[in-house]
Design a protein around this ligand. Structure first.
Ligand code: ASP
Length: 363
């Protein structure tokens, strides 16, 4: 018995283990968070968003279900949303004050915490793929502007004409912002940044985020999305996170890293607090441990989002955990989102509280 407890404790300490032997995977995606009036959402508009979210979710899920890598799954999901004109990333990105589309993206591998990011690029069709090439084919983490574009060309990326990214709806949002002296929050409600996080069957996690930023941005403004630790973070010991919202606040809180740090500490301290592996205490059922972990993970994400709100910011996050839970937390009326897991969860949602599946641990 002692030996069994010691083995369980060791497994928990070295790598947050699955409760079952069955391979598990998990994927969550978002297409931005913000203020949206449910009445303003026509059934056609809703169906179009849901269809693209579902396509992204399916592309990532297929890779994970077949035993592919978390990194490949998030890239597949994000590329689909970058290519959709509905989202504020790639095609359909918002306009800067000067009438251009400047794209930011970041990606991180939870295995070795290798990371890549780009900001202010105007000629790369899928910025998430460029961010990944920075990660894998440069000795840097973060490249910006013309330098990032030169790097892209040197690595064989095609130069995409800037007109490709422009859409009429986003152009009108800029015109309204200028004519009515509105803020970005009034015209695009911050909806549209995209992101994905995944856990694969080997226990590896990855996170990525891609955006056009905020309508009317000037002076080379960069938000949280391409900043490792703010908009994106992945660490196999804790979680993979992608954020969306009012970037300035997410930068100040360091949202993605803050959430991962809290989850990591929980996994370092909870087993001991619960007496797991302690031969002098009666054994804690592992199901209790996993249940407590799932509740504490959601609370940690909610607490960090409450911190963002306390400063005056809003938005949301998606995360997956080593145990395979896909978690959402947002303090806006809606977040375009979806999640799928090996346990059969598969759903997309827009407004708060629309999830059908319970993520209560099934361990
Ligand atoms: N976080 C992004 C930014 O501030 C915008 C968004 O998520 O909608 O650039």
């Amino acid at each position: 018995m002692k030996k069994l407890l010691a083995t369980v404790a060791l497994a928990l300490m070295s790598q947050p283990a699955f409760a079952e032997d069955a391979p598990r995977w998990s994927l969550a995606i978002h297409g931005g968070a913000g203020t949206l009036d449910p009445k303003a959402m026509t059934p056609e508009k809703r169906a179009a968003y849901e269809a693209d979210l579902q396509r992204a979710l399916d592309a990532g899920s297929k890779i994970l279900a077949e035993g592919g890598a978390a990194m490949d799954a998030i890239k597949a999901a994000i590329v689909i949303m970058e290519d959709s004109p509905l989202f504020n990333a790639g095609k359909g990105a918002v306009f800067t004050w000067d009438g251009t589309n400047e794209l930011d993206a970041s990606i991180m591998d939870g295995r070795d915490r290798s990371a890549g990011a780009v900001a202010g690029v105007k000629t790369v069709k899928n910025p998430i793929l460029l961010a990944d090439t920075v990660r894998t084919h440069s000795e840097h983490v973060f490249l910006v502007g013309k330098g990032a574009e030169d790097f892209a060309v040197s690595k064989g990326f095609a130069v995409t004409p800037p007109e490709y990214f422009a859409t009429q709806a986003r152009r009108e949002a800029l015109e309204r912002l200028k004519a009515e002296r509105l803020s970005a929050l009034d015209v695009d409600h911050k909806f549209g940044t995209v992101g994905a996080v995944a856990l694969d069957q080997s226990g590896n996690m990855a996170a990525g985020t891609s955006t056009g930023g905020m309508t009317g941005k000037r002076w080379g403004r960069v938000g949280d999305a391409p900043v490792i630790g703010a908009g994106t973070y992945a660490d196999n010991r804790a979680c993979a996170v992608s954020a969306t919202g009012w970037g300035e606040y997410f930068l100040r809180v360091g949202v993605a890293h803050e959430i991962c740090a809290r989850l990591r500490v929980q996994r370092e301290t909870l087993p001991r607090q619960m007496g797991i592996g302690d031969p002098h205490r009666s054994p804690t059922p592992m199901s209790h441990y996993y249940q407590l972990l799932a509740i504490s993970d959601q609370s940690a994400a909610d607490a960090v989002m409450a911190d963002v709100a306390s400063l005056g910011g809003d938005g949301g996050v998606i995360l997956v955990t080593p145990e395979g839970h896909a978690i959402f937390s947002f303090n806006t009326t809606g977040m375009y989102r979806g999640r799928a897991t090996s346990a059969g969860v598969n759903e997309v949602a827009i407004f708060g509280g629309e999830e059908k599946a319970s993520m209560t641990p099934d361990h």
